[in-house]
Write a protein that binds this ligand. Structure first.
Ligand code: C5P
Length: 220
């Protein structure tokens, strides 16, 4: 069978990562977490003291760090200049700053190239999750899914994942990040015209996985 390319987009807390990993594992496809790539470049900029208030400072160094993503859904790795950053990219500091970095066109051009190369080299196909995969990165994907959920459901899921955080502050931070990601000029978070929208508010993770697996199988 020819490789199948699946784009899964949506705001934070909709279950994109859990769903994408499980679908890829179940169908023996590769997996790419594009948010991890933007987090990795943000981590590098924070570590190197780049002024994130200054888009031209960000643009000037966008090509410097070498970012490598492993595409095994059972063990999705990410390194920056050879260093494992899977832990450090999940801190609240990186989470709060990633939208400023991902809004810069030079960063997006660079990361988009990496994404297209990985998608093109996946022999059986790939599940790619992010914000602009269906609209910009892989406009010819075989299947595009746009996951949504109510703000309450998304905040509850996120504060469940982050131990010690309360639902209220998680909700504020999450809505702020989504607003920034949706309103930027460079490839904002958006549903592609030909994407299938799945509202996960009332669904269990298992139900969302089953729904997306069925949609992929219809395309295979
Ligand atoms: O998915 P995750 O929450 O890890 O994404 C982190 C951030 O990376 C998003 O808030 C967004 O700013 C950026 N991102 C993006 N385009 C993508 C994936 C993520 O701009 N395709």
């Amino acid at each position: 069978a020819p490789p199948v390319v699946v784009a899964i987009d949506g705001p934070s807390g909709t279950g994109k990562s859990s769903t994408s990993k499980a679908v890829a594992a179940q169908l023996a496809l590769s997996y790419l977490d594009t948010g991890a790539q933007y987090r990795a470049i943000t981590w590098w900029m924070v570590s190197n003291g780049i002024d994130l208030e200054d888009p031209s400072a960000i643009a000037a160094v966008a090509g410097k760090p070498e970012i490598v993503s492993g595409t095994d859904p059972g063990n999705p790795t990410i390194t920056v200049d050879g260093m494992d950053v899977a832990g450090p990219i999940r801190t609240q500091e990186v989470t709060a700053k990633v939208s400023a970095v991902s809004a810069v066109q030079e960063v997006r051009t660079r990361i988009t190239e990496l994404q297209r190369a990985l998608a093109g080299s996946a022999e059986r196909g790939i599940v790619v999750e992010g914000r602009d995969i269906g609209t910009t990165v892989l406009p010819d994907a075989d299947l595009k899914v746009f996951l949504t959920a109510s703000p309450e459901a998304r905040a509850a899921r996120r504060s469940g994942e982050l131990k010690g955080s309360d639902v209220h502050s998680t909700r504020e931070a999450l809505l702020k990040r989504d607003a920034a990601d949706s309103s930027r000029t460079a490839s904002p978070l958006a549903k592609a015209a030909d994407a299938v929208e799945v509202d996960t508010t009332e669904l269990t993770l298992a139900q969302v996985i089953e729904c997306v697996v069925t949609l992929v199988q219809e395309k295979q």
